[in-house]
Design a protein around this ligand. Sequence first.
Ligand code: SF4
Length: 283
Amino acid sequence: KDFRNNVRPNWCPGCGDFSVQAAIQRALAELGKEPHEVAVISGIGCSGRISGYINSYGMHSIHGRALPVAQGVKLANRDLTVIAAGGDGDGFGIGLNHFMHAVRRNMDITYIVMDNQIYGLTKGQTSPTSAHGFKNKTTPEGNIEHSLTPASVALGAGITFLAQGFSSDINQLVRLVKEAIQHKGFSLLNVFSPCVTYNKLNTYDWYKEHIVNLDNVEGYDPTNRAGAMAKVVETNGLCTGVIYKEEKPAYEDLIPGYKETPLVHQDLTLDRDLFEKALAEFA
Ligand code: SF4
């Protein structure tokens, strides 16, 4: 069960995305998955390359559209472990609408976002999660927009599993990837994954200084949605660990007549009599 392949990532040395790739590979192996049982669907951006770096089925899809593709894959073959992956610009900018609806739909897929608070691939523009006042080449006087907090959006849209990780805490990251995959329903794992080349504000040291690790917060109850929202607000969105989880039927389990056998394994031979009968009804 080796989820490594021989493709060498072309991420910059030190990029946080290396840890996310390693965590996904380790988590899948520790869960006893086989490469043919997994599909990794990614969007566009530096992090979007990840589908090519994992030994599994995969698709490097289009900007902001990893989630619609991933949901289609899951509907066609519910036996697959489906992981959607991408960056903050991809998922919370271009793809925000898809994200909100995927959350409320609650299909059994895992969405892993490498959140570096910048557009890295296009050389460092502000993204939806860039801080207010953030200075870079597109906002030399400071970002006049206010940032979006993915955890608040997810909780507000009714997410059933929400976690955040940090690239420099690989052991926690592996555990969170495993829990997210094992959750029956839509899960978001938002990972603070520093862009060492273009983001000189949100560095590894900056995150270490600001992150509150919920694993160390005594008495924190991840089954309380209001409490989870309060903690996200209190920490300005900078908390890691499992923030919220609840059990709720997944979308595919609620479709009337949805067959246990995945579509890809069903006999799709045309029943001529049934077809003629159906046609006759519309004649
Ligand atoms: Fe990573 Fe930033 Fe380099 Fe992209 S530009 S590979 S996000 S360090």
